[in-house]
Design a protein. Structure first.
Length: 316
């Protein structure tokens, strides 16, 4: 029985910019990364591209921002695998090493003429509007807009990947974490500028609220797409259930027929309705599987609609 699948990061938007050709050299850089990091970079780029579209950024900036997102973690090439792929929590020393991927990636980009235009993504994507980010503890006025977008996409994908979602059900809990990081905080890193910046920083969180709200629109659109896919699968299941209801009627009539001619008539009807992998021997089992799959998908759609309602009530 066929199943439907859903890709959190559909690349339709990316293809619309013909990025495969314009980014061939940049994308080749990702081949040296480990599988997990490379996939993360692709996911963040896809989200970044779509956020830019929802923000109505022009095509040139969207392409630029997307390439920056692809390369944002390129510095992890130089992080020891024991730290980069450690399953548990990093020690303070290990975390300090991990944080150097921003400057390492920036230096790598600056040394390569093909990558140099996109160095901002590598350097600034962990900076926070309130000055609590790294590597330089910059505040909003000094953080490039592309980095503010990439930061939101990066944080979202990191949480999603860690939780291994198979559907958008429960995704609102992830968005609530982003909201917490968007709330104002008085924490600042640059003590020398404390007097001049504290008033501004108390009004800021780590993330740009406009970008976070835009991400919500992207996610709601994704959920709508998932609902559409699931509904298509449900429609297919309904047709198969009808087919099996007819098969079961023929089975019942065949079993109660007294003449061989009638038995053969119903048997031929059954054979016409059966798919290649189906037999009379597994008829009951297959019919129950279709019904179970139908009820399960109906519940998924209900849950997805509820998820949209929850997300629409979230406030940033």
């Amino acid at each position: 029985m066929a199943n439907n699948t859903f890709d959190f990061y559909d690349k339709t938007s990316l293809k619309s910019y013909n990025l495969d050709q314009s980014m061939r050299y940049q994308l080749n850089m990702l081949d040296s990364l480990d599988v997990f990091t490379r996939k993360h970079c692709e996911n963040v780029a896809s989200l970044t591209c779509r956020i830019c579209e929802y923000l109505h950024c022009d095509k040139g900036f969207t392409k630029y921002c997307t390439i920056c997102a692809y390369l944002h973690d390129i510095g992890k090439l130089f992080i020891p695998p024991a730290i980069l792929q450690k399953p548990g929590k990093l020690t303070n020393e290990e975390y300090n090493v991990m944080k150097t991927h921003t400057t390492l990636g920036y230096n790598m980009c600056m040394k390569d003429l093909e990558l140099r235009p996109y160095a901002n993504g590598a350097l600034y994507h962990h900076e926070a509007l309130n000055g609590t980010g790294y590597p330089n503890g910059l505040t909003k006025k000094d953080i490039p807009y592309e980095a503010q977008i990439i930061r939101v996409a990066d944080e979202y994908d990191a949480i999603v990947s860690k939780r291994q979602y198979k559907s958008h059900i429960g995704i609102s809990d992830t968005l609530k974490i982003l909201i917490e990081d968007t709330k104002p905080s008085s924490s600042i890193n640059n003590k020398s500028d404390a007097l001049s910046t504290v008033a501004e920083n108390t009004k800021l969180g780590k993330n740009n609220p406009v970008i976070v709200r835009t991400l919500f629109k992207v996610i709601i659109d994704d959920i709508g797409y998932e609902i559409s896919l699931t509904q298509s699968y449900i429609d297919d299941l309904k047709e198969n259930i009808k087919r099996w209801e007819q098969i079961n009627k023929y089975i019942d009539k065949m079993e109660h027929a007294k003449k061989d001619k009638d038995k053969n008539y119903y048997l031929e009807g059954i054979k016409l309705l059966l798919k290649p992998e189906e037999t009379l021997e597994n008829a009951t089992n297959i019919y129950e599987q279709y019904k179970e799959a139908y009820e399960t998908r109906k519940q998924i759609i209900d849950n997805l609609y509820n998820e949209i309602k929850v997300i629409k009530k979230l406030r940033v």
